[in-house]
Ligand binder design. Sequence first.
Ligand SMILES: [Zn+2]
Ligand SMILES: [Zn+2]
Length: 144
Amino acid sequence: MGKELDGPVCLKHPNRLAVAHCSVCRRPVCQECLIEDDGFKCCSEACLKMAKESTRRSADVVERRDRANARVNVGGIVRWIIIALLLVCAWVYRNNIKQVWNKVTGKSITQMQQESYQKQKMRTNQMTNEAMDVERTQQHRLKK
Ligand SMILES: [Zn+2]
Ligand SMILES: [Zn+2]
């Protein structure tokens, strides 16, 4: 075997000594693999991104809140559109109902009128019959 390395070695280069540990995943990295940016020492671009994102978290929260607000606004708009559609549907439905109701009530009114007319006719017939009866009995009496 070759020479023994004193201390932690790079994860990707087992024959090289690590110069630092990744500040995100704590893996040992050699000088070549080390990525230094914004004061972070990372093993990879992915870890650097994560490190930067963790410091940007507070800003992220604000951003996320803004995004959530935007979503709420969109939700509100959608809600209003739905309400408007429901109103339109209700209006159309009511108009239809009105037409149907008019048809139904119109029919029923004519039926009722016919019925009442027939009843009245029957009543007047009865009355004339009664009157005729009375007349007839009076005539009978006069004859007797
Ligand atoms: Zn890492
Ligand atoms: Zn390396």
